[in-house]
Design a protein around this ligand. Structure first.
Ligand SMILES: N[C@@H](CCC(=O)N[C@@H](CS)C(=O)NCC(=O)O)C(=O)O
Length: 372
């Protein structure tokens, strides 16, 4: 009998969510195990070189780290429900929203989890105890909490973050009241990207999930639907497949506009920071982006968040995700290209596709600088 895929992850982990939801939709035999599992600590983690989840071990023993790389690994061997639309507009929109979920909603997700720790202590203590031995869980939680300033979570930004969450839920709700997924009757890489923060933190932790259930019930259902092993459509029109004619409806464009409000300025400033850093460093192809694999943030970039002064930590991984959206952007021609440029400009996201020489690749489970 073929052994199952093993996913090392945790229910409350933002980046495990997309990998788990995707693997379930593929109907692949799979078990999920905690990173406390001795096989993980003894055999898998030493190969990865840092303490990080999710990690996939395939039936033939290959090891894949990274939520995006896990999905792409399965795609490459033929997925029953590919996350990549064939239509170039839809594919670009899906990549853009993956960027939003993977990078742009971290501030919100971490704010709601840790600013409201006192109101959610029983839930979070219970969750983190599953991922670390007693005693160590408190240290992990303190480390997570210490990331807030570099994520731009400060007293002055908190009301703005919360307004942003409400606005995003309103935009998602308008779309998901009509459609099961972002681009029709099946999930795309954009759905999986947004699922990360909207499930693990914002859809499970008591304070934000309560807001979601009360104000955005169709969005909450979309989370359940993405997490199910099937398409889970009893309450929706049985419209299977992508929307016709490569359509990206106005309700999805509205979510992209929310993306721009949430992360447009910081995206531009972080990318400019990375470019300047890369120029200064002039790294060789394949050089790790940081001295140690667990060091993810290279520095702080001054920026703006919804009109307020801001300062945010810069992670080269961002570029890895941006490059994917840019690849999809380059595939658009003629009217489709003009549509994308107009959407990016309206959203304040024109940093996507701007000229740049810095490139980030992932090799041997870590991020490295790449020369063209
Ligand atoms: N780019 C990675 C990010 C993974 C990641 O940040 N995982 C978190 C859990 S959601 C983690 O393992 N954090 C450990 C730490 O920061 O010490 C991916 O997409 O898989």
């Amino acid at each position: 009998m073929t052994p199952p895929f093993i996913l090392y992850g945790l229910p409350h982990s933002l980046y495990t969510g997309p990998a788990r939801a995707y693997l379930r939709k593929q109907g692949l035999p799979m078990v999920e195990r905690s990173p406390r599992d001795p096989e993980f600590t003894g055999q898998v983690q030493p190969l990865i070189g840092r303490s990080i989840i999710p990690v996939l071990v395939t039936p033939d023993g290959q090891i894949v780290q990274d939520s995006i790389d896990i999905i792409d690994h399965v795609e490459a061997s033929g997925a029953r429900l590919s996350a990549y639309p064939e239509g170039p507009r839809q594919r670009f929109a899906a990549h853009l929203l993956q960027l939003f979920g993977s990078q742009g909603l971290l501030r919100s997700a971490m704010h709601y989890r840790w600013t409201y720790y006192d109101q959610q202590a029983a839930f979070l203590d219970h969750a983190f105890a599953a991922g670390a031995p007693a005693g160590a869980a408190q240290n992990v939680m303190r480390r997570m909490q210490s990331y807030l300033p570099a994520l731009g979570v400060r007293e002055e930004t908190i009301p703005l973050i919360e307004q942003g969450f409400a606005d995003l839920l309103a935009a998602l709700e308008a779309h998901l009241s009509l459609h099961p997924y972002l681009l029709g009757g099946r999930p795309s890489i954009g759905d999986y990207g947004l699922f990360g923060p909207l499930y693990a933190h914002l859809g499970r932790d008591p304070v934000p999930s309560d807001i979601m259930k009360r104000t955005a019930p169709a969005t909450y259902r979309w989370i359940e639907r993405l997490h199910a092993p099937d398409l889970d459509l009893p309450d929706m029109p049985q419209a299977e497949g992508w929307m016709a004619d490569d359509a990206v409806p106005a309700t999805v464009e509205a979510v992209v506009l929310e993306m721009g409000r949430e992360m447009g300025p910081e995206l531009a400033d972080k990318l400019a920071w990375l470019e300047a850093h890369y120029q200064r460093l002039a790294p060789a192809d394949g050089e790790p982006v940081s001295a140690k694999p667990h060091q993810r943030t290279l520095g702080l970039a001054p920026s703006r968040y919804r009109g307020a002064p801001d300062e945010v930590g810069v992670q080269p991984y961002l570029l890895y995700v941006v490059q994917r959206a840019e690849r999809a952007l380059r595939e658009l021609t003629g009217e489709d290209q003009a549509w994308a440029q107009d959407l990016l400009a309206r959203a304040g996201l024109s940093a996507v596709g701007a000229p740049r020489s810095a490139r980030v690749d992932r090799r041997n489970h870590i991020e490295v600088w790449a020369r063209a």
